[in-house]
Design a protein around this ligand. Structure first.
Ligand code: SAH
Length: 220
């Protein structure tokens, strides 16, 4: 793991963060590397000041443009599913939002590529990454339905917005042994799915019910 040095960046006490980690553990997150990264990455810098005092609650919060920063539990859960086989080399994220999930992934992967369709959110996300001196993230404004073919294949792909079904282009960009995790469904009913490639065969399973913003086509 790259040694994160997020000291001095926060007003939040160690105790407040530890309480969140305790909640995540109680909710079933067991991967020590994921828990440690969740403890280290300062979530409050990703959230507007007016809401920052709620940063270590286990809830999603608005980030503007009708979008939300994902709930810490679901960030941890999806990350844990991605890194189950160990440290990742190349990860693709669809839906950078304010950049929080990207920052978490950046500590558990050699390099992260992320695509966001709303320009002002991507600008914000970039500011957050540079504040934390995260240098292994490459982002672009675009439509995540297409993935990022010329940077693939990826050994991990994570969708932070829900398509009605997993876009075929993204499955094509999954490396052998790679894992894709995604919320799938319509606005009111979604499930978390894990897809993986065993040799040339694609396999999938349905996990728990989730609630994400919809994945939309084109750029805004
Ligand atoms: N992981 C983010 C959560 C972002 S919410 C965080 O930690 O803050 C989901 C994001 O997906 C939104 O910013 C939304 O604009 C984006 N999104 C939706 N459809 C998309 C698409 N087709 N391509 C890229 N981004 C998309």
């Amino acid at each position: 793991m790259t040694e994160p040095n997020f000291e001095g960046i926060g007003f939040t006490s160690r105790r407040t963060r530890d309480r969140l980690i305790g909640r995540l553990e109680a909710a079933g997150i067991g991967n020590p590397a994921v828990l440690e990264v969740m403890r280290q990455v300062p979530r409050h810098i990703f959230i507007d000041e007016a809401l920052a005092h709620r940063a270590y609650e286990d809830s999603s919060l608005p980030i503007g443009h009708g979008q939300t920063i994902s709930q810490p539990y679901i960030v941890a859960r999806m990350t844990e599913l991605l890194v189950a086989q160990g440290r990742l080399q190349r990860v693709l994220e669809v839906g950078s939002g304010c950049g929080y999930q990207t920052a978490v992934l950046s500590q558990l992967a050699d390099r992260v590529w992320t695509v966001e369709r709303i320009g002002p959110l991507l600008t914000k996300a970039r500011r957050h990454w540079s504040q934390l001196k995260l240098r292994n993230i490459t982002a672009r404004l675009g439509d995540g339905f297409e993935g990022w073919a010329d940077r693939g294949p990826f050994d991990g792909i994570l969708l932070a917005a829900a398509p009605r079904q997993v876009p075929p282009a993204l499955l094509e960009q999954l490396a052998p042994g790679g894992v894709l995790v995604a919320p799938v469904g319509d606005r009111d009913e979604q499930v978390l799915e894990r897809h993986w490639r065993e040799g040339s065969v694609l396999k999938s399973e349905v996990l728990e019910a989730v609630r994400f913003v919809p994945m939309l086509g084109g750029t805004a």
